[in-house]
Design a binder for this molecule. Structure first.
Ligand code: FNR
Length: 183
């Protein structure tokens, strides 16, 4: 049976390197994995007032997460942490209190940066958030991609043998990880 992966890309930028990284990973995955990019660009800024009557788009996000077997977070680092748009989406899907849509879903965190530290600090912050939200997150391999010009094309083609092998190794571990929690 196919496994549905809800993909959170933490950048809204059209030419996002992290979206390209997400596509590269998807191309390396076996056919039984179905990836769906979760829409986060039309979400309102979370307010606890929502909890009384959740906005339609916020409920849509919760459904996207609830109907997924696993999560994949692909995020840039903004000011040494998680971009606000991603944190906002996570906050929305984690609420109203007692209805955390992420609970128990296996996940992985990867990211690309134009800086040499490759989103390492943002990923550490994100792991802390996901742990609190009761998600088993793949520990290894860590994926800190130092993105240079043509490392990955728009369609996800990887222009470098070493990076392709490394990402294939990640995908294999990710598939094994989420399969452990399936069904
Ligand atoms: C950045 N960038 C950045 N890079 C990094 O390695 N560490 C950081 O802390 C930051 N901080 C940061 C803050 C803000 C507000 C912006 C706009 C950018 C640079 C970042 O890596 C670069 O813009 C990437 O291209 C962003 O990822 P996408 O949009 O290409 O996926």
């Amino acid at each position: 049976t196919p496994l549905k992966i809800a993909v959170f890309v933490g950048s809204l930028r059209k030419g996002s390197f992290n979206r390209q990284l997400a596509r590269a990973v998807e191309k390396l995955a076996p056919a039984e994995l179905v990836f769906e990019h979760v829409r986060i660009d039309d979400l309102p800024l979370y307010s606890q007032d929502f909890d009384a009557a959740y906005p339609t788009v916020a409920s849509r996000l919760k459904n996207d997460v609830a109907s997924a077997d696993a999560l994949l977070f692909v995020t840039p680092e903004y000011n040494r942490s998680v971009p606000g748009v991603l944190k906002n989406a996570i906050d929305i899907a984690s609420r109203p209190w007692g209805t955390n849509s992420f609970a128990g879903k296996p996940a992985a965190v990867i990211g690309a940066s134009i800086g040499a530290t490759g989103t390492a600090m943002a990923q550490q912050h994100l792991r802390n958030i996901l742990a609190y939200l009761d998600m088993p997150v793949l520990a290894q391999p860590e994926v800190f991609i130092h993105f240079k010009d043509d490392l990955i094309a728009d369609d996800g083609t990887i222009g470098n043998d070493g990076t392709r092998k490394f990402l294939q190794g990640f995908v294999d571990r990710y598939v094994a990880w989420i399969t452990r929690f399936a069904g």
